[in-house]
Design a protein around this ligand. Structure first.
Ligand SMILES: Nc1ncnc2c1ncn2[C@@H]1O[C@H](COP(=O)(O)OP(=O)(O)OP(=O)(O)O)[C@@H](O)[C@H]1O
Ligand SMILES: [Mg+2]
Length: 226
């Protein structure tokens, strides 16, 4: 079994030395190629902090982590950004759409950054707009959308470049059952066609039951599965 992502004794502290708060303690686990792994845990337990580290948005205070065997924890911030752009799709808990860009442009943006040809971008965006039920919203700006519509744009944007690793922070939080199912189906298609791996923080039984395995975070510690 190929290992996609591997964490070795990760810890994370926020704040300056005299006022530090440690929110992740000694976290080690691996995510296999093609695996769906759920991270659950109460609010404030460190799920988003952990996902931000795995998605190369933030860095750990201590410990090493590896993406496809490469020690990405050693990269500087511009190398981290380039690696994220190539390899990782990130679904943010608070959507993080670009406010001045339309739905269409928000979804197309990761492909533009990777220099994909315009014709291919048009085709791929149209496909995802349909899959996420957003065709009629393609020229709208994020502020004109409902929370669930924004979430669906965030899902489409994360999946469009067919990344090897998708990190999803509460991807179904503002979705009804039908749209949550549609999002999961898209993820499963990416998984089956391209072998993408998924690391998903969620409280939603629909999402958690869809995953192959689940880990629990409590107060920044990984709890051993019973
Ligand atoms: N930038 C930051 N600076 C200081 N503390 C932070 C920062 N981000 C998060 N924290 C703290 O770290 C802890 C873990 O937060 P995190 O957002 O990772 O939790 P979570 O499990 O994702 O919670 P939720 O389910 O509410 O999204 C919390 O106590 C939070 O207040
Ligand atoms: Mg969170």
């Amino acid at each position: 079994m190929t290992t996609r992502l591997s964490l070795n004794a990760i810890s994370k502290a926020y704040g300056k030395a005299d006022n530090q708060m440690v929110v992740l303690h000694d976290i080690s686990f691996s995510l296999n190629a093609g695996e769906f792994l759920a991270i659950e845990g109460p609010s404030g337990s460190g799920k988003s902090t952990l996902l931000n580290i795995c998605g190369l948005i933030d860095h750990a205070t201590h410990g090493d982590y590896y993406l496809n065997g490469a020690a990405v924890s050693q990269l500087n911030s511009s190398e981290r950004c380039a690696c994220r752009r190539r390899e990782i799709g990130f679904i943010f808990q608070r959507h993080q759409l670009i406010p001045a860009m339309t739905v269409y442009d928000n979804i197309a943006y990761p492909l533009q950054l990777n220099n994909v040809k315009a014709k291919q971008i048009k085709h791929d965006v149209a496909q995802l707009l349909t899959a996420m039920g957003l065709e009629h919203r393609c020229n709208h700006l994020p502020y004109q959308l409902s929370g669930g519509e924004r979430q669906r744009v965030g899902i489409a944007r994360a999946l469009i470049k067919r990344p090897q690793l998708v990190v999803a922070d509460e991807p179904s939080a503002s979705l009804d059952h039908r749209h949550a199912q549609a999002g999961l189906q898209l993820m499963r298609e990416l998984n089956q066609t391209y072998g993408a791996s998924f690391l998903i923080a969620s409280h939603d039984p629909l999402v958690i039951n869809h995953c192959d395995r689940k880990l629990t975070l409590l107060d920044g510690y990984l709890v051993d599965p019973a």
